[in-house]
Design a protein around this ligand. Structure first.
Ligand SMILES: Nc1ncnc2c1ncn2[C@@H]1O[C@H](COP(=O)(O)OP(=O)(O)OP(=O)(O)O)[C@@H](O)[C@H]1O
Ligand SMILES: [Mg+2]
Length: 370
């Protein structure tokens, strides 16, 4: 799939932008603070309805304006889909085929995007919530139903935590309600775990050979799911459910004492190992970078295998940071089949035949010229 045109109105430092992209490689060149990341962010937002760098939607609206609009047309193999996001003081609207979609799961998944930015190193070395967010976003874009389960899980989790807090203060509260919420929580938690296991299996399948290649065939990548319950990766949903049942049964007093839910997908993590050693703890900067890059590149093939079309690749400020060998690896992977956006302050340090055929866009103070 690829984005053919993009229109921005009052988005960040863009007052009015109307732009047509090449379906292969688009290079966005500009000095610092001119709007390169803003442009990438707008494409990301069109896919996920969320920014990759802020959760405060107000920041996306151009200063002194009261709404921001992003419109894009996604060309797929057999059809083309208009997408639109409007953000205002009243909230956010997501339109698909000009019709507002009330449920995120009806909108997300129409445009698939893989982004690689300098802060993606935190995917490897940052706190667990970054890796949970990664798995949730990526799973969500290939399986919109997952977003529904995640939403339901979070709703029940909130209610359950609220009840546990009350019980912490008042021990005489009847436990019937807690049992009801626990059963509901287990239902969604088990579905989430089951799907995360399947996703990791795919990620592993694609990431391992890529990592092996980028590391000049000296490193073996392993990916492991770390759960708060004793369950083997790949276990059936029934097995996961019974593990949760057992865990919650054993820990009810502890949870009331702490006033919060101690087990579930909201506390899980993914661990990366290179040649048997945990990369988060022992990996060099280079190994962490290779791991993050392998994971991102793996997603391209993973999405293709699940969705049947290649996603759009956004490379914000990362190409010139990679050495020649990694650059070539990356650019060879995309070779003409993935619509790619590369942002950079200068083309120095970027060498590759792919870029010679690229369409160039110059960004200056929220204006783009090609
Ligand atoms: N809501 C907004 N309204 C107007 N301008 C904004 C808004 N949000 C951010 N900006 C401005 O957008 C400018 C460009 O930001 P952006 O992050 O896209 O830069 P960039 O070209 O990626 O720069 P760098 O090379 O440093 O990464 C900044 O100067 C910032 O002040
Ligand atoms: Mg930037």
């Amino acid at each position: 799939m690829h984005i053919k045109e993009l229109n921005l109105t009052n988005y960040r430092n863009y007052k009015n932008l109307r732009i047509e992209f090449d379906d292969k490689v688009n290079v966005i060149i500009g000095e610092n603070a001119q709007g390169k990341t803003n442009l990438m962010e707008a494409i990301y937002l069109l896919a996920f309805t969320k920014s990759h760098r802020t959760s405060k939607e107000k920041e996306l609206i151009r200063w002194d304006e009261d709404y921001a609009k992003i419109e894009g047309r996604v060309e797929k193999r057999i059809h083309s889909i208009p997408l639109e996001i409007v953000i205002s003081g009243k909230g956010k609207k997501a339109k698909l085929n000009h019709l507002e979609q009330r449920r995120l799961s009806d909108y997300i998944g129409n445009l698939n995007v893989v982004m690689f930015a300098p802060e993606d190193l935190t995917l490897v070395k940052g706190p667990p919530n970054i890796r949970r967010r990664f798995i949730d976003m990526e799973l969500g874009q290939i399986q919109p139903r997952y977003i529904y389960h995640l939403g339901q899980f979070q709703k029940v989790l909130k209610q359950r935590n609220h009840l546990l807090k009350q019980m912490q203060r008042d021990r005489s509260i009847n436990r019937m309600m807690l049992q009801v919420l626990t059963d509901q929580l287990i239902e969604h938690a088990s579905t989430i775990l089951e799907r995360r296991f399947a996703f990791l299996e795919l990620l592993r399948k694609w990431a391992k050979p890529i990592h092996h290649g980028i590391s000049h065939e000296v490193e073996e990548l392993e990916i492991e799911y770390q759960s708060t319950i004793e369950v083997l990766e790949g276990a059936s949903k029934e097995k996961i459910e019974s593990s949760f049942q057992e865990k919650f049964h054993q820990s009810i007093e502890k949870e009331i004492e702490r006033g919060t839910t101690l087990y579930g997908p909201h506390r899980d993590d993914i661990l990366f190992y290179v040649n048997g050693k945990n990369v988060q703890t022992y990996g060099s900067q280079g190994q962490q970078r290779t791991t993050a890059l392998s994971i991102k590149l793996a997603e391209i093939d993973l999405i293709y295998s699940e969705v049947g079309e290649y996603p759009i690749l956004l490379l914000d400020d990362v190409l010139s940071e990679l050495d020649d060998y990694r650059q070539s690896h990356l650019l060879n992977t995309i070779q003409g089949k993935v619509q790619t956006f590369v942002s950079t302050t200068s083309v120095d340090g970027i060498h590759h035949a792919t870029l010679e055929k690229a369409e160039m866009f110059r960004v200056q103070n929220g204006m783009v010229t090609s």
